[in-house]
Design a protein around this ligand. Structure first.
Ligand code: SIN
Length: 314
């Protein structure tokens, strides 16, 4: 089951999408949907500060180890009806994380998904790939991916997206994950989550720019564009080959309209914006959409659909 997003741009779950005020700002912008911060079973403070370095040297990207700070799913269940009043799809991002009750991750996803569907969300985005918790992300283990998808798709009827890690140069794991997804009714794959285990140093202080996890965090922004394009393209090609009705949503490295066009050519049908939103605020969505439309007109296309997956071989 698919979900129509127009314009085909949303915020990426993560930056500035935790509180109602932040989500309202997204709702009033030019995005085609509102995507929440990943909500967990228990509310979370997240990792210790400093945990976000928004401007890496030369503006090549942002580095974070936020640790999923969020209000907890029960609060979001109350906010969703209010967010729906803005008339655009509300996509609830869901994650599992350690919590005092020790509920197994699969049960956390299942319970949150059921409650959030009941609250009226239009779609769920299962974040299986947060790089900033102690455990290895679920997205790196095909059996765990299968267990979460089995539990959630059994009960939930609204469209389900899956947010994945970059699989970089581990094609065997990419293939296993992609094959696992074929067994479920998935609406879309959002790729990539931030590139894990990256580091930067502030030369003024000679210190690591963030504190958690010994300074290692997830990289987003322009530096990851080619990584994101590669992941989008191989998922797109895989789903085409297997005639799967799973859309690919491109996340990573988009700061100009031309970057979004590359994502569409690689196979994305929707793009999500993280670091740029952090840098520029909600007007980024309007600027990008205007730039995309201008590019389409100047290059003789009438819609984004005409571009999807149309990259040519060199
Ligand atoms: C975080 O809150 O640590 C980032 C969320 C994510 O990348 O999944």
């Amino acid at each position: 089951m698919g979900i129509r997003i127009y314009p085909p741009i949303t915020n990426a779950s993560g930056p500035l999408s935790v509180t109602y005020e932040e989500l309202e700002r997204i709702a009033r912008s030019a995005t085609g949907a509102i995507v929440t911060k990943s909500m967990t079973h228990c509310p979370r403070q997240g990792n210790p500060e400093p945990r976000l370095w928004a401007h890496l040297d030369g503006k090549i990207g942002s580095l974070n180890s936020m640790g999923l700070p969020n209000l907890g799913y029960q609060e979001y269940a109350k906010l969703i009806p209010k967010l729906k009043e803005f008339g655009k799809p509300v996509i609830a991002s869901i994650a599992s994380a350690p919590c005092a009750h020790n509920l197994p991750p699969v049960e956390q996803y299942r319970e949150i998904a059921g409650a959030i569907e009941k609250a009226g969300a239009d779609a769920l985005e299962l974040n299986l790939s947060c790089p900033n918790l102690e455990d290895v992300p679920i997205s790196m283990d095909p059996q765990s991916v299968r267990a979460v998808l089995s539990a959630v798709t059994r009960d939930v009827k609204i469209p389900i997206g899956v947010k994945l890690s970059p699989y970089n140069n581990v094609p065997k794991l990419f293939e296993e994950i992609a094959r696992t997804l074929l067994d479920f009714e998935i609406a879309y794959v959002a790729t990539i989550n931030s590139e894990p285990l990256t580091l930067d140093i502030d030369l003024k202080t000679r210190a690591k720019v963030i504190r958690p996890n010994d300074g290692f965090g997830g990289l987003g922004g322009p530096a990851v564009l080619p990584i994101a394009l590669a992941e989008v393209h191989r998922f797109y090609r895989f789903f085409q080959k297997h005639r799967a009705q799973i859309a690919v949503w491109g996340v990573g490295g988009i700061i100009r309209a031309e970057d979004a066009i590359k994502h569409f050519l690689a196979g994305a049908s929707v793009v999500q914006i993280g670091t740029l939103f952090l840098w520029e605020g909600p007007q980024a969505f309007e600027r990008l959409w205007a730039g995309i439309q201008q590019w389409l007109t100047e290059n003789g296309f009438s819609s984004v659909e005409e571009l999807i997956g149309q990259v040519r071989d060199a």
